[in-house]
Design a protein around this ligand. Structure first.
Ligand SMILES: Nc1ncnc2c1ncn2[C@@H]1O[C@H](COP(=O)(O)OP(=O)(O)OP(=O)(O)O)[C@@H](O)[C@H]1O
Ligand SMILES: [Mg+2]
Length: 363
């Protein structure tokens, strides 16, 4: 059976959909659920009668992300759209991590088909593990390269200084100054490449909102006129032991990226950044189950991470900006990882979210 394209979805097909183990919902053009299969009713722990007629976005914890995806599908920006998030089960009493796919239906009774699959925790763990392994290899390579470059660079700079002292013609000294200045610039880059290797954390009891407030103040100072910054905090996030300076640097790097991308091109909407905090219960992070995980997000309405960079944004020296060094995210990921956490992102034109996930306690 084909559900996208030109074949109409018939009642007969719906009976076949009832045999599937995955959740399928048919949505109308307002995003209302018009039909849900048996698997959907058991996953959501609700009857078809209570589900039909309700807005599909209300099935998801992040209703805005869903709404955004739905609009993109409805307006033909994409023919299919995948997103990951928490599904609200049992009328709000339970939550489940799922991946959802939206597909546009053409010339049919329903506008969009929504398919929902539970994400097995081990699939997520495997994905995270792969990402971390990849990063470790890259960081190791760049760190080694950095060390290799450091010594000859020092020699080069020293020789230029000696040469400068020998030169009597001040016009020639201009050249040695260029050598010294460029060597210094390269040295700074190398230092940034090598720095993440130092994993000693200076821990203190902090509230994550202190970090958010500092980032808010810094972004406001830098981009006051150009960008609206919204704060959406979950006041119930408990205090945690962390390295304030490193978390601040990580969050600021993400915040600055958002601001830079907002100011990089023509936007349909007014540039806006949301700083958001949430708490997740029982979440698997880097192969460990945590009772509480805090999620600190930066959401922007900019053009999104270039498609070609999606698999590589956290790798060192990967940049999409003409004046970028491509170290901001790899450093941020390293600092968050030193706290046992992880940075993830979702990005489509108009909505990009980078999330720092930090364990609050291990179980
Ligand atoms: N919020 C965002 N929206 C769009 N693209 C983004 C966003 N965040 C990151 N990117 C993309 O990811 C790339 C890598 O980001 P990263 O912070 O690692 O390096 P950079 O910003 O280019 O340089 P720098 O070292 O100065 O931070 C960026 O160049 C940009 O193309
Ligand atoms: Mg950056």
């Amino acid at each position: 059976m084909r559900v996208n394209g030109s074949f109409p979805v018939t009642l007969q097909d719906c009976k076949a959909l009832d045999l599937l183990a995955t959740t399928v919902c048919m949505l109308d053009q307002d995003g209302m659920i018009r039909w849900v299969n048996n698997a959907g009713q058991s996953l959501l722990k609700r009857s078809s009668r209570s589900l039909e007629g309700m807005a599909a976005k209300n099935l998801f914890e992040d209703d805005q992300a869903f709404e955004h995806a739905f609009e993109a599908i409805l307006h033909g920006e994409f023919s299919s759209f995948g997103l990951m998030g928490s599904l609200i089960q049992n009328q709000g009493q339970e939550k489940l991590l799922v991946s959802a796919t939206l597909q546009r239906l053409e010339q049919q009774a329903w506008s969009v088909i929504l398919e929902v699959r539970e994400i097995e925790q081990h699939t997520l763990a495997e994905r995270n593990e792969r990402l971390i392994k990849e990063l470790e290899i890259h960081q190791e390579t760049f760190r080694n390269l950095g060390h290799e470059v450091k010594n000859p660079l020092g020699g080069l700079r020293g020789a230029a200084q000696l040469l400068e002292m020998e030169l009597s013609d001040p016009a020639l000294q201009e050249y040695t100054r260029v050598i010294i200045a460029e060597a210094d610039r390269l040295q700074e880059l190398v230092d940034r490449l090598i720095r993440p290797g130092q994993s000693n954390l200076s821990l203190s009891l902090i509230n994550i909102h202190e970090v958010c407030e500092r980032v808010h103040a810094l972004l406001k100072a830098e981009y006051r006129e150009q960008i609206t910054i919204v704060r959406d905090y979950d006041a119930s996030v408990p205090d945690m032991k962390a390295d304030m300076a490193k978390l601040l640097q990580a969050y600021l790097n993400i915040g600055r990226n958002a601001a830079q991308s907002l100011l990089s091109g023509n936007l349909k909407n007014k540039p806006c950044i949301t700083l958001r905090t949430r708490v997740l219960n029982r979440h698997l992070l880097l192969n460990r189950m945590h009772r509480l995980v805090v999620v600190v997000s930066v959401i922007d309405n900019g053009p999104g991470v270039p498609e070609a960079l999606h698999d590589r944004v956290f790798h060192p020296l990967v940049t999409g900006r003409p004046d970028g060094t491509g170290l901001g995210l790899s450093l941020a990921q390293e600092y968050v990882r030193q706290h046992g956490g992880l940075i993830e992102f979702d990005s489509v034109p108009g909505r990009t979210e980078f999330r720092i996930l930090l364990p609050l306690d291990a179980t």
